[in-house]
Design a protein around this ligand. Structure first.
Ligand SMILES: N[C@@H](CCC(=O)N[C@@H](CS)C(=O)NCC(=O)O)C(=O)O
Length: 212
């Protein structure tokens, strides 16, 4: 059975868990926290990051690489669109989500959830700065690529939807909700993807971990 290393609140770990769950693949999870890596963890994840995945003798790190492996190892249902062009666009949107979107939407999550867990104060100025600059820049782009309450490609869930929704869930946990009056398509898209059963189950497990 594959094993996912990493604490489930990480947007990158969530990407991998959602891909496995969307394909109905049973897996184990070892809740590795960044900053408290178990001994020998770099044998599995050479850069010491989460997530990592082991499956038999294979060790892999990086959520995108892991999800490519999952797609090939467990092909049904496919999480890639059917045309070459759409697959390329889906990979780009995954890359955008993993970089600019995670970076912007992690700020409220980090400041309101992670910092207090570490005994630090929430830096409201950092949140205000992200809400003024990086978050609108990222959401303007999301607004330009989504169509509203529908999947990005082929009327079905893809790696791009999984990558996009993952940091949006972090923002929600950090009490930041996409303003539907400013980004109506992005807000409707987020609500639609979050209403999918596989995403609802993942969020419920995470909320339970956070104590409801
Ligand atoms: N590109 C990597 C990014 C993984 C990543 O940065 N994970 C964070 C946690 S969300 C981490 O492990 N940070 C600790 C570190 O960078 O040392 C992926 O997609 O898996």
């Amino acid at each position: 059975m594959p094993k996912v290393y990493g604490v489930m609140l990480s947007p990158y770990v969530r990407k991998v868990m959602l891909a496995l769950e969307a394909k109905g693949v049973a897996y184990e999870n070892e809740a590795v926290f960044p900053g408290a890596l178990p001994e020998g963890y770099t044998d599995v994840s050479p850069l010491g990051k989460i997530p990592a995945l082991s499956d038999g003798d294979l060790n892999l790190s990086d959520s995108t690489v892991i999800n490519e492996y999952i797609e090939e190892r467990y092909p049904e249902p496919s999480l890639l669109p059917s045309s070459v062009e759409a697959r390329a666009k889906a990979r780009w949107l995954e890359e955008f989500a993993d970089t600019a979107l995670v970076s912007a939407l992690s700020v409220p999550f980090f400041q309101r959830v992670v910092a207090p867990m570490r005994g630090a104060e929430t830096d409201e100025a950092a949140i205000a700065s992200a809400e003024a600059e990086s978050i609108p820049a990222a959401l303007d782009y999301v607004e330009s690529v989504v169509s509203g309450a529908e999947f990005l490609f082929d009327g079905k869930l893809s790696v791009a939807d999984i990558a996009m929704i993952s940091p949006i869930i972090n923002a929600e946990i950090g009490q930041y909700t996409i303003d539907a009056s400013r980004w109506p398509k992005a807000a409707a898209y987020a609500t639609f993807i979050r209403s999918q059963e596989v995403v609802q189950k993942r969020e419920a497990e995470e909320r339970a971990m956070l104590g409801g």
